[in-house]
Write a protein that binds this ligand. Structure first.
Ligand code: OAD
Ligand code: ZN
Length: 253
């Protein structure tokens, strides 16, 4: 059975990494992006050159950000996240980490739920919506603690522009973050791919690299993805059910 096989693979591996997408937070009430009920399926994808727009007119971008009624789709997403709590899937990853098995979680989610669930080793490849970041030196601050009296906000340290930490379309992943992702992927011999459509790069390339390096893949997702065929085990269901079951088995091994 898939769960038994997954537990065997995980326990026989030396460096297990989880790659997470929006599906892990679906059971916390946060809509995914693609697929049935996905945010973009309903309201369309955001502008593909968001970062360029930000650089062209950062004052306008910040005015829009600070105006609570500016964008109904964003308001819906924000309200869903604000009222969300980590679910059994987030806590299962934390349990697996505390067992010493899961070495790193690489998440595409910006919702801060891994942190709230108590994860210790986390790379947030698309940023964290509770933070803002300097585009020059990569310093980060809590969004609510930064001063927006004068727009655009500038880094007190290096004077560069400050933006939301969430990575926009057209924006490079911050160098220290992408370096950490490649380092962890190179170390990884078993990647658990949780609730991601595996269609957004570079994140979607990490499981493929693990496979090329001779490692194994476990996919936890109720729906097929482009990765499913190359996965060694597929847990075909919600992560809030399957990940706790997987950890229960690991605890018994
Ligand atoms: P997607 O919306 O592309 O995919 C969500 C995946 O979650 C799908 O494969 C679903 O089948 C799966 N899913 C749905 N319910 C689930 C459940 N209960 N348990 C497990 N899986 C479930 O989301 P991502 O792959 O995360 O970037 O999208 C990647 C990136 O696209 C996002 O990080 C976002 C967007 O561009 C930024 O915001 C920068
Ligand atoms: Zn700076």
């Amino acid at each position: 059975m898939a769960l038994e096989k997954a537990a065997e693979l995980v326990s026989g591996s030396g460096y297990v990494v989880a790659l997470v997408g929006a599906g892990l937070s679906a059971e916390s009430g946060i809509p995914t992006f693609r697929g049935t009920g996905g945010l973009w399926t309903r309201v369309g994808e955001p502008s593909m050159n968001g970062y360029e727009q930000f650089l062209r007119d950062p004052i306008r971008w910040w005015e829009h950000q600070l105006d609570p009624g500016a964008d109904p789709a964003r308001t819906e997403f924000r309200e869903a996240i604000d009222s969300a709590e980590p679910n059994a899937g987030h806590y299962a990853l934390v349990r697996m980490e505390r067992l010493g098995i899961l070495k790193m979680t690489i998440t595409q989610n910006v919702d801060n739920l891994h942190v709230r669930a108590g994860v210790a080793n986390l790379v947030e490849i698309h940023g964290n919506r509770t933070k803002v970041r300097c585009i020059g030196c990569e310093m980060r601050w809590l969004r609510e603690s930064f001063d927006y009296a004068k727009l655009p906000p500038l880094c007190p340290d290096c004077g560069s522009l400050v933006k939301g930490d969430t990575v926009m379309f057209g924006e490079p992943i911050p160098p220290s973050v992408i370096d950490a992702c490649f380092r962890e992927t190179a170390l990884c011999d078993c990647m658990i791919v949780c609730g991601t459509s595996a269609t957004v790069f570079p994140a979607a390339s990490f499981p493929r690299m693990v496979k090329e390096n001779g490692g194994t893949l476990i996919e936890a997702n109720p729906n097929p993805t482009p990765l499913s065929e190359s996965a060694d085990v597929v847990l075909r269901g919600p992560t809030g059910e399957y990940l706790p079951e997987l950890v229960n088995r690991l605890e018994r091994l």
